[in-house]
Design a protein around this ligand. Sequence first.
Ligand code: GAR
Length: 230
Amino acid sequence: MSSRTENSGKHTPRLVVVISGRGRNLEAIIQAIEAGELAAEIALVISNRADAPGMQIARLAGLNCVCIEAGGFKHREDFDRALAARIAAARPDWVVLAGFMRILSQAFVERFEAKLINIHPSLLPRYKGLNTHERALSNGDARHGASVHFVTPDLDDGPTIRQGSIAVAADDTPETLAERVMTEVEQRLYPAVLAELVAGRVFFKDGVVWRDQRLQEDCPHDQYDRLAVT
Ligand code: GAR
């Protein structure tokens, strides 16, 4: 299995996907490329954990993958520099954080500004950080979901590109809600946003997200949310 797209002489946008864990978002991105729904190739998968199940997904898909563990570095900045060098060597058009569970230094974020994106399992600005599903449930939220955003130096911050949401069920537990957000929102939303980005229909400039006007007319934000989860 390979996620490389046909090369018809045109540049195929190159993604570097950075993970720490299960890799279910990575899996959805691979599948979207293979299904022809995302015109990109995954140039490299990087994990900061050798035992991340997502590395096995990358290997099975025949992708280049590398592990850079923070334990080998004295300072956070040293790790970030090594990570940045490896990413830059892969010449990415987009750096896709997909469950990468480390805080990145300002220098790293600035180096990849406007091409660095992240998915977070909450409707930002609600619930930055960890345990988002528990927090949505304990606050009695009627809806919960995920956000894809450009990355700025603050944790789980930066301009939102798209969100997707589902209704919280009366009998949801943190586990069932997490699973539904993953399968019904994240795994649809991230490939869909990447497709928009690689097509140049959405971009980040002067601290603001810009969208293709036609896209807004065709597919207003509330409708897009519904499309993303049905
Ligand atoms: C996903 O739910 C993602 O949104 C979250 O980690 C999980 C990774 O799952 N990311 C964050 O919390 C970032 N702050 P995956 O490895 O199976 O894609």
